[in-house]
Design a protein around this ligand. Structure first.
Ligand code: GDP
Ligand code: IMO
Ligand code: MG
Length: 429
């Protein structure tokens, strides 16, 4: 099995970037297939830290990066990120980065709508990243979005802007926000065109050729299954599908060739933004996890909410996401805690359920049922083999494997690229 698909198994920020960077040494091509610059993937390589939002993490290893059609692309964000990583010494050119010609563009009006709507929601806000992700996907399914390929057709841009502005300016005015001027937007799009179009192509063709010539392809998910627009904690989700199947539709690739599906999960759990989080901790332990794990959003800098590992949630994510093996990250953050809890299911109005239900009120009412395990003395930090781990840390991982009904095939023990223990190579299937 040549390919590997990486997705988040919790609410994001599990360490997908670090894992993709590590696995990229074995790959030829790395593909982003959904999300946008709401994603923030942090990679620590020696004394350099790379923060990537739109660029596939494989670029750090000099591998070909592809941004698939399922991604929503803010040209300003893309160009700024390219400039930023170039300043860090990476090579990003149309030879190393390809962008799907049919990917959707995020325009300044999308971020404006995103923020105006969040403000209008008040207490009920979703806690979006405010980057226009949701409104851009809405335009895509409403068939009025501007795509990368449209940048080559000024007349198409002009026509599409008429339809877009009719819709969005009405909405913005209704929300009491500033409206947008057609000519300003058109000038902006025409200025982006020569900077963006050199990266554009039908990436499905390149991917098909890569598959036929036996190249190893690594698909890099953003967000996570519990933020999936269908399977997550709706409406507190992102606006794309984050499950493994999306790697095929979001890049124009054969679903049968996506390869081994690797889910990434922290040894505990975090969430940024609003929404249900049954195993959340509001006490000193929660704060300790946040400090030790350095749990601040890569994109917005917001403190992440922290809690115990939720095995019921990850088991569910494994099933709906198509995950075959788990990478457990950040076990080192649990070093020295006297006792650990694992959520195994919930009670809702006193009735036990092994899964998180779909309905909003039921989700909010879910009370975790915990199993308690001893913590460990000694450290897992920086361990690079199973033999270096304290026995109770191994027991914790083994118990989680039983509860989630899937193997933990890789364990990471620090932010550094090589703080990684591989039990099974996902490229070997
Ligand atoms: P992503 O969005 O899934 O790529 O995850 P983020 O990069 O947003 O957040 C994960 C954070 O944890 C980053 O700051 C990583 O450097 C860090 N990290 C990843 N793996 C480990 C690990 O095993 N231990 C520790 N302590 N930090 C890790
Ligand atoms: P990575 O790839 C964590 C969350 C936001 C918000 C919700 C909707 O780094 O794991 P959006 O702007 O997407 O409409 O916001 O989704 N969210 C993330 N949380 N990690 C991410 O990406 C996220 N991307 C979006 O905080 O709750
Ligand atoms: Mg992140």
């Amino acid at each position: 099995m040549a390919n590997v698909t990486v997705i988040g198994a919790q609410w994001g920020d599990e360490g997908k970037g670090k894992v993709v960077d590590w696995l990229a040494s074995r790959a030829d091509v790395v593909v982003r297939f959904q999300g946008g610059h709401n994603a923030g993937h942090t990679l620590v390589v020696g004394n350099q830290t790379y923060k990537l939002s739109l660029l596939p993490s494989g670029l750090v290893r000099g591998k070909l990066g592809i941004i698939g059609n399922g991604v929503v692309v803010d040209p300003d964000a893309l160009l700024a990120e390219i400039a930023r990583v170039r300043a860090q010494g990476l090579t990003v050119t149309p030879e190393t980065l390809r962008l799907a010609e049919n990917a959707i563009l995020i325009l300044p009006l999308h971020a404006a709508i995103d923020r105006a709507r969040e403000a209008a929601r008040g207490e009920k806000k979703i806690g979006t990243t405010g980057r226009g992700i949701g409104p851009a996907y809405e335009d895509k399914v409403a068939r009025r979005a501007i795509r990368v390929c449209d940048l080559a057709e000024p007349e198409t841009l002009s026509e599409k802007l008429d339809e877009l502005l009719l819709h969005h300016n009405t909405l913005l005015a209704g929300l009491g926000a500033a409206t947008f001027d057609k000519q300003v937007l058109l000038d902006q799009l025409l200025a982006w065109a020569p900077q963006i179009l050199p990266y554009a192509e039908p990436v499905w063709e390149r991917l098909d050729e890569a598959r036929r010539t036996g190249k190893r392809i690594l698909f890099e998910g953003a967000q996570a299954v519990m933020l999936d627009v269908d399977h997550g904690t709706y409406p507190y989700v992102t606006s794309s599908n984050t499950v493994a199947a999306t790697a095929a539709s979001g890049s124009g690739f054969a679903p049968s060739a996506l390869g081994f599906v690797l889910g990434i999960a922290k040894a505990y759990c975090t969430r940024v933004g609003s929404g249900p989080f049954p195993s959340e901790l509001h006490d000193a332990t929660g704060r300790l996890l946040g400090e030790r794990g350095f749990e601040f959003g890569t994109v917005t800098g917001r403190p992440r909410r922290c809690g115990w590992f939720d095995a019921a949630l990850v088991r569910q994510a494994i099933k709906v996401g198509g995950i075959q093996g788990i990478v457990m990250t950040k076990i080192d953050v649990l070093d020295g805690l006297p006792e650990l809890k694992i959520c195994t299911g919930y009670t809702i109005d006193g009735v036990y359920t092994p899964r998180l239900p779909a309905a909003m009120r039921a989700q909010a009412a879910a009370v975790p049922v915990y199993e308690t395990m001893p913590g460990w003395t000694g450290t897992t930090r920086g361990a690079r083999s199973y033999a270096e781990l304290p026995a109770d840390a191994v027991k914790y991982v083994r118990r989680i494997e039983e509860l989630i009904e899937a193997p933990v095939t890789i364990l990471t023990t620090g932010p550094e690229r090589d703080d990684t223990i591989m039990m099974r190579d996902p490229f070997e299937g």
